[in-house]
Structure formats: C-alpha cells, structure tokens
Design a protein. Structure first.
Length: 95
C-alpha cells in the first residue's frame, strides 16, 4: 500500500479520535467538517488528487476504511464541468 500523505493521515487520526470520544453521529459530522476543510486546503493533498482516476458512473475511490469505527473516506472524482444533482445517501453521512 502506498504511503499516505501527512495531511490525510492527520485527518484519519483526528476522525478516529472523534469517533472514539463521540457516539452521536451528528456531533461527529459537525466536528469532522472543519477538519475536512483543513484537509482539502492542503496543497500537497490537492496536488495528489489531480492524479486520481475519474470515478463517473457511480464509482468511488476509497482512500481509507476504518477497521475499528466503521467510517470510510471515499471520494468521487468527476470530469471538469460535470454537474451533479441532489440525491439521498440513505443512512450514510456525506461531507
């Protein structure tokens, strides 16, 4: 497995800490949102994301799945200019 970028590893570590301390899913998501914004602002993470394959057609790229807490960090990579639409993700929380 390829080594994770430091910013992604920090994000994972923070989420694992949040999930271990909080049981309320809404609180977890509210806490995670700010840390996700920090991850997305990381220049190295952004640069690496440019090399990810396009995941159109319902595909997703899983960056991490936590074995202890059950959360996953999954991304959808779209072609520039592609528009999405509002839709339901069932019981999954999407940030």
């Amino acid at each position: 497995m390829a080594e994770r970028l430091p910013a992604l590893q920090r994000f994972i570590d923070i989420l694992r800490d949040v999930w271990s301390r909080q049981s309320d899913q809404g609180v977890r998501m509210n806490l995670a949102k700010g840390f996700l914004e920090t991850l997305l602002a990381d220049e190295e993470f952004y640069r690496q994301s440019k090399s990810w394959p396009v995941t159109d057609g319902g595909q997703r790229l899983c960056l991490y799945e936590d074995p202890d807490h059950g959360f996953a960090i999954v991304v959808a990579v779209r072609q520039p200019g592609r528009r999405g639409h509002a839709h339901d993700h069932g019981e999954a929380w999407i940030l």
